[in-house]
Design a protein around this ligand. Structure first.
Ligand code: FES
Length: 185
């Protein structure tokens, strides 16, 4: 799992966003979104961070006082299960999760299916949590964090982006995470 640095571009909420919903799958997702949450709250936005975790939520001492924190579990339906109750409140979402969940969210929104029936136009940015790409010999590439190695390539419509340079957040509708075509290289 890629987990280095602050990398890439700062995630800045949209100008008109007043209610920011952060969805974090696992503690890795919380780590990816916690700085954004505290910065947005400091600027006066109402921020709710929902964590899905099989092993319980974060210890209270690690929570930002000005960020509303909620937790769920895979058994309770995970992030997708909790989303219908929170989505109407949110002006914008940022989701840090593995590709299958991001792909499911994108498909539901494209189809305007529940819970996006009335909310398909809300901006959603996605922070993909994924394993580094394998090198030519089959082993994992060691992520460089500088845009040089290609270990963090993220597939988007029309090509590839680098998580460490162009990310960490991408518009959900631009991602094409499920590999359905072979690479050209
Ligand atoms: S980690 Fe992004 S190019 Fe090396």
């Amino acid at each position: 799992m890629l987990a280095h640095g602050p990398v890439g571009r700062q995630i800045t909420p949209e100008r008109l966003t007043r209610h920011l919903l952060l969805l974090a799958d696992s503690s890795t997702g919380v780590a990816a979104l916690s700085l954004l949450g505290s910065e947005a709250a400091r600027r006066g936005l109402a921020v709710t961070l929902l964590q899905n975790s099989a092993s319980g939520g974060l210890p209270p001492r690690l929570l930002q006082a000005d960020v509303e924190y909620r937790s769920t579990t895979p058994e309770a339906g995970g992030l997708l299960g909790a989303l219908p109750a929170l989505l109407p409140w949110a002006d914008e979402l940022v989701v840090a999760a593995a590709p299958p969940l991001l792909d499911t969210l994108a498909a539901l929104r494209r189809a305007r299916a529940a819970p996006f029936t009335l909310s398909a136009g809300k901006p959603i940015r996605a922070v993909p949590l994924f394993e580094p790409r394998s090198g030519a010999g089959g082993g994992d590439l060691l992520p460089c964090g500088t845009g040089m190695c290609g270990a963090c390539e993220v597939r988007v419509h029309g090509g590839w982006r680098l998580f460490c340079h162009d990310g960490p957040a991408f518009p959900l509708e631009e991602l094409r995470l499920v590999e359905d075509e072979p690479r050209d290289d």
